[in-house]
Structure formats: C-alpha cells, structure tokens
Design a protein around this ligand. Structure first.
Ligand SMILES: [Zn+2]
Length: 223
C-alpha cells in the first residue's frame, strides 16, 4: 500500500501542525501518513462498528446479497454487519499488546469512562490518553493497510471492491486449415453430385413442372 496526498488530504486535520493539512509528514524519505490521518481512519471504523452493534436487527434482512468471483455463481449471501464486527475485534486483538488491548477493550469495546479505566488500571489521565492515541494510530494504519481486503475505506468493505487494471488483450485462436484431399476437378464433381449451372437449371425446371393439384370444384364428391 502506498500513501499519497490524494488519499490523505481528505482525512487530515486542517489546522494540524505536523502536516499542515496535507496528511503527509514532511521531511521524510518515504511518504508516511500523519497521525491525524490515522486517528481519523480509526474514528471512522469505530463509528461504523458502533453503528453495526447498536442498529436494530430485522428478520427480513438477515443476509445481504453480495457479488463475488465464484466458479459457478457470481453472487452469494453474507452477513456484512456481523462480519465487520468480528473483523474489527479480531484484527484489533491480534495487533495490540496485552496492556494496549486491555485499554482498547475497556474504553472502546465495553464503553467504560476514562475515570473508571484510570482507577481500575491504576494510571493517571495523561498516561491513559497517551495510550489511547497510540492505539488509535496503530489500529488506523492497520485498518487501511490490511491486504487483500482492508477495513477502510468502509464503502469498499460493504459494497465490494472495484479493481481497475489494464485489460490484457488475448490473442485470437488460430484455426487449423480445413483438410483438402488432393482430388481432380472431375472426380470432385462426381463425388459431390455437382453438375455445374446446368444441373441447377434442370432441377428448377423440374420443380416448375410438378403436376398441379385439381381445383376443389373439380373433385367429385363421394355421394
Ligand atoms: Zn496531520
């Protein structure tokens, strides 16, 4: 994954003192995103996670029809909301340390207040929010850089990804030439029954001379 300005500029803070609104950190050999961009990605994914958890479930819309690249069928049914909730939790758990995951679980997943978290974890407010910002930056980067299917952008996760690549022009298959046995012209005509133009004229003449059916009035009734 390559970070560029077109990707970060919409997510960056306008008054960010690190990136000055561009979303990329200056004076870096390799372009890397600013922390404000990573935190914005995390906040967007977390807001969608809360929406998926809190929204009302309906019996009529249990599964969603999604397009896929199957061998036989191009469509399948999926539970996108439940899949997103599971992905969000599992990816976060795998990529955080023990202490960071404890903070993430208490503060983000269980929704505890920061005062309660500080009291339970025996830390002060500054250390706690430093850890929260660090978790947001770590997870924001991972949600975007996951391959082959990233959590962010969310519209691609929920609506399918459109991959634009250059089309390869396949060469046309070369047809093998038809088998032509070496026959003389006269032998070929005799074998196929071809008699030239004169034969066709004779056939058309015979068709014209077919006996006509008698008029219905001319047919005598059996009585
Ligand atoms: Zn910034």
């Amino acid at each position: 994954m390559r970070w560029d300005r077109s990707e970060t500029i919409g997510l960056a803070k306008v008054y960010c003192t690190s990136c000055r609104g561009t979303g990329l950190r200056p004076n870096m050999k390799k372009q890397s995103p600013c922390k404000c961009v990573l935190r914005a990605i995390f906040r967007a994914c977390y807001a969608r996670f809360r929406r998926c958890v809190e929204k009302e479930k309906f019996m009529s819309s249990v599964a969603t029809l999604v397009f896929c690249h199957g061998a036989e069928n191009k469509r399948t049914y999926g539970r996108l909301d439940e899949e997103y909730i599971a992905d969000f939790c599992q990816v976060s758990r795998r990529n955080l340390g023990r202490l960071d995951y404890k903070i993430f679980r208490n503060f983000f997943l269980l929704g505890a207040d920061w005062r309660l978290c500080c009291r339970q974890m025996d830390c002060d407010r500054g250390d706690f929010f430093h850890a929260v910002y660090r978790i947001q930056e770590t997870l924001g980067r991972i949600y975007r850089e996951m391959e082959p299917y990233s959590l962010f952008p969310l519209d691609e996760y929920f609506s399918g990804k459109v991959v634009k690549t250059n089309l390869a022009i396949m060469p046309k298959p070369v047809r093998a030439p038809a088998v032509q046995p070496p026959l003389k012209k006269s032998a070929g005509r005799r074998a196929t029954g071809w008699a030239g133009d004169r034969g066709w004229r004779r056939a058309i003449g015979q068709a014209n001379r077919l006996p006509r059916l008698p008029h219905p009035r001319m047919i005598e009734s059996p009585a």
